[in-house]
Design a protein around this ligand. Structure first.
Ligand SMILES: Cc1cc2nc3c(=O)[nH]c(=O)nc-3n(C[C@H](O)[C@H](O)[C@H](O)COP(=O)(O)OP(=O)(O)OC[C@H]3O[C@@H](n4cnc5c(N)ncnc54)[C@H](O)[C@@H]3O)c2cc1C
Length: 315
């Protein structure tokens, strides 16, 4: 049974590893690889952000949280670490669907909530340092005999396979003519701030004026912006200064932090993730794209479901 995966981002590699575990030998086709994919730009914190549909995200999100937790324990070299921290909000928040399974969840007490905020959650979550995680995924895939082919696929009909898994993210707009997938541009700033040991996320000013602080091994990621339908990757230095200022309002030492790098990326947004079998081609295609701002967060749960679909297609 020949299985081809199109797309070499976090979705493609995670599906490939799950399929290998199930006894398949997939080949990944991609025009770009790490460190040149959107996945490489992700902050990346386990957190469900700008992704739908909720009923499925809850399942994919919980399975992925648990898998990342195991990876952090068994393979710290993967760049996955469980980090404590807290979220802040400008309004009272309802119960979150994820609060029963994330580690150490509790609502912040009134005296812990800074002035100007109305609510907050404290919990521990996986931080997935993509600089280490993408090579770690690739190494696992290659060590199990996986094959990579560098090629842009223009027509699915030209891929030699019995089953195709489509993990092309934003590329699906062109590849399968899906106009529902669109770019949601994000900008981040990497700074030198080894003193920061906890994450912070501030949602008070809405998705385009977030403040998030994600400590990693070699740097600290400060974010961020969320701009719909902008598809250039230019860096906005004013936006970067504003991000740093918002983050420094939460952790003042960040005012002095040296900027190491600016990064932008285009999240593959869609009103709902497309994860389904499509029989409109000459061979079955399992789509897995449109993960918005949570492609890492739900990567394992989606890959398990892709694997189940592939198994269901095997006679
Ligand atoms: C600033 C920023 C911060 C983020 N932070 C987080 C976070 O904290 N947590 C989180 O979960 N998510 C985060 N995200 C979102 C996350 O990065 C994406 O949801 C995720 O990377 C999508 O992964 P993917 O593999 O589906 O797509 P991509 O990483 O875009 O991979 C798609 C792959 O398909 C290939 N491809 C496309 N078209 C073709 C074609 N026709 N032929 C061959 N190959 C093709 C591409 O070259 C690429 O290799 C963030 C994104 C940004 C921009």
């Amino acid at each position: 049974m020949k299985i081809a995966i199109i797309g070499g981002g976090v979705s493609g590699f995670t599906c490939a590893i799950c399929l290998q575990k199930a006894g398949f030998s997939p080949t990944i086709y991609s025009n770009k690889w790490s460190p040149e994919t959107t996945s490489d730009v992700a902050a990346a914190v386990w957190y469900p952000f700008t992704v739908e549909p909720l009923d499925k995200v809850t399942v994919w999100g919980e399975k992925s949280y648990n898998t990342f937790y195991s990876i952090s324990v068994e393979s710290p070299e993967s760049g996955v670490h469980i980090v404590p921290g807290y979220d802040l909000f400008g309004e009272k928040m309802p119960k979150q669907w994820w609060q029963h399974f994330v580690k150490n969840f509790r609502k912040l007490d009134a005296h812990e909530i800074p002035e100007g905020y109305a609510d907050g959650f404290s919990f521990s979550t996986p931080i997935i340092d993509m600089r280490y995680y993408m090579p770690w995924l690739e190494k696992r895939f290659l060590a199990c005999g996986g094959k990579k082919i560098t090629q842009k696929i223009h027509d699915i009909a030209n891929v030699e396979a019995d089953i195709i898994v489509n993990c092309t993210g934003l590329g699906s707009r062109e590849l399968v003519n899906d106009e529902e997938v669109y770019p949601l541009k994000g900008q981040i700033v990497k700074v030198d701030a080894p003193e920061v040991k906890e994450f912070r996320q501030d949602f008070k000013n809405g998705p385009n004026h977030l403040a998030y602080i994600i400590p990693r091994k070699d740097n600290c990621v400060l974010g961020g912006t969320t701009d719909a339908n902008i598809s250039d990757l230019s860096i906005d230095l004013d936006a970067a200064q504003a991000i740093k200022k918002r983050c420094a309002a939460l952790i003042p030492s960040l005012n002095e932090a040296k900027i190491l790098e600016h990064k932008t990326g285009l999240r593959p947004a869609r009103k709902a993730v497309r994860l389904e079998i499509d029989h409109s081609f000459s061979v079955p295609v399992v789509h897995n794209y449109g993960h918005g701002g949570a492609g890492v967060t739900i990567s394992w749960g989606c890959a398990y479901e892709v694997c189940d679909h592939v198994k269901s297609l095997v006679p």
